[in-house]
Design a protein around this ligand. Structure first.
Ligand code: NAP
Ligand code: GDD
Length: 332
């Protein structure tokens, strides 16, 4: 039985990762921050996680990425075998509105956590959720682990810093510090202001007569979309690898935002052209045209490959929204 510490446990990936480790019989600890509402939907709505909390196999600890002493205290109390660092301000457009907070939580937060690890739990394995955003308008397609970094937004710049720190702490101090260079991954638990969840939710709500229009910034950008539980499986493999390294986790396929709309509206038998409106409020100062990842290193060295294709992903997300509207299934 391993002791697992997860930052970002209340997020999409954190909830799937927690479920996965609990299923393996591990003890999971999560960092949560103070907020005025105690409701944590992605943890509270999942019966297995509630049961694990009651049984003492899942424990939440108050800490914040901006508070070094809180991170050291949690690390000292938990004495983890593996730390998954998933927390931080992760919305690209919002990173233009909150550049300093993004740099502090996503960039410096990683530094604080690595320092806490180095001083209190240097034998623990450390995993960072890095991102395809580090490549910006990439110099090559598909992107590999050696594609040059060229960030074009404050979030990506903070993640470049965080990824460089992981590499530095691995080399300088011999820590087991590794990273997943994660391409977009989605699920019914995705945050509501990310485009796939926004589209899936709107398609379902329009089909049920609760909404008439969907406002999006642009339909043109293409992303390499995977299913979050598949990526979480890859994250576990990276953290369990014989040696610390960085791996791309991606599907290798790319689709536009418009493709996602067409596929989602088709699930409920609707024509997106009748409902989708372009809205400048959701346009970014600069945006990546296309991402496409080459996960052959993860396939070769870790035996990882995504199981869920684009059409199945879109369908399961829309079906989940319909089920939630109809009072069935989990509502993240
Ligand atoms: P998410 O759903 O937005 O969750 C973010 C988590 O970070 C939440 O638990 C949030 O807590 C926590 N957090 C934010 N600021 C914090 C702070 N100052 N102190 C403590 N906790 C804080 O993100 P996700 O989609 O699961 O992604 C997980 C990680 O993977 C992120 O680092 C993201 O950048 C990276 N990533 C994601 C994707 C993707 O497609 N999903 C792709 C590449 C990389 P609250 O619940 O309190 O807000
Ligand atoms: N969110 C959002 N809302 N995006 C929109 C909208 C809209 O109304 N309209 C168009 N888009 C476009 C964005 O401009 C972007 O090109 C694309 O849809 C995807 O946007 P998001 O779903 O917000 O994801 P992202 O690609 O910017 O970032 C996500 O993936 C990264 C990995 O590549 C986040 O999860 C990041 O944290 C992650 O690192």
């Amino acid at each position: 039985m391993a002791r697992i510490l997860v930052t970002g446990i209340t997020g999409q990936d954190g909830s799937y990762l927690t479920e996965s480790h609990l299923e393996s019989g591990d003890e999971v600890h999560g960092i949560v921050r103070q907020s005025s509402l105690l409701q944590r939907t992605r943890l509270d709505a999942i019966p297995a996680l509630l049961e694990a909390r009651e049984a003492g196999r899942l424990t939440l600890h108050y800490a914040d990425l901006s508070d070094t002493s809180s991170l050291v205290a949690v690390m000292r109390n938990v004495q983890p075998d593996v730390v998954y660092h998933l927390a931080g301000q992760s919305h690209v457009k919002i990173s233009f509105d909150l550049p300093e907070y993004t740099a502090d939580s996503t960039g410096l937060g990683t530094l604080r956590l690595l320092e806490a690890l180095r001083s209190v739990a240097p034998d623990a394995r450390f995993f960072l959720a890095a991102t395809s955003e580090i490549f910006g308008e990439a110099a090559e397609s598909p992107q590999t682990e050696t594609t040059p970094m060229n960030p074009i937004n404050p979030y990506a710049a903070a993640k470049v810093y965080a990824l460089n720190l992981v590499r530095i702490y691995r080399q300088a101090y011999g820590l087991f510090a590794c990273a997943g260079i994660l391409f977009n991954h989605e699920s019914p638990r995705r945050g509501e202001n990310y485009v796939t969840r926004k589209i899936a939710r709107a398609a379902a709500r329009i089909a049920r007569g609760k909404q008439t229009e969907l406002h999006l910034g642009t339909l043109a950008p293409k992303r390499d979309w995977s299913y979050a539980p598949d990526v979480v499986d890859g994250i576990r493999r990276i953290a369990a690898a014989p040696k610390p390294d960085d791996f791309i986790l991606a599907s290798g396929a790319t689709h536009s935002v418009g493709d996602f709309c067409r596929a989602a509206f088709a699930v409920v038998g609707l024509d997106p052209d009748k409902h989708v409106r372009l809205d400048p409020r959701y346009v970014r100062p600069i945006d990546i045209t296309e991402t496409r990842g080459d996960a052959s290193k993860a396939r070769r060295e870790l035996g990882w490959a995504p199981k869920t294709g684009f059409d199945a992903l879109v369908r399961l997300m829309v079906d989940a929204e319909i089920a939630a509207l109809d009072g069935r299934g989990e509502a993240a």
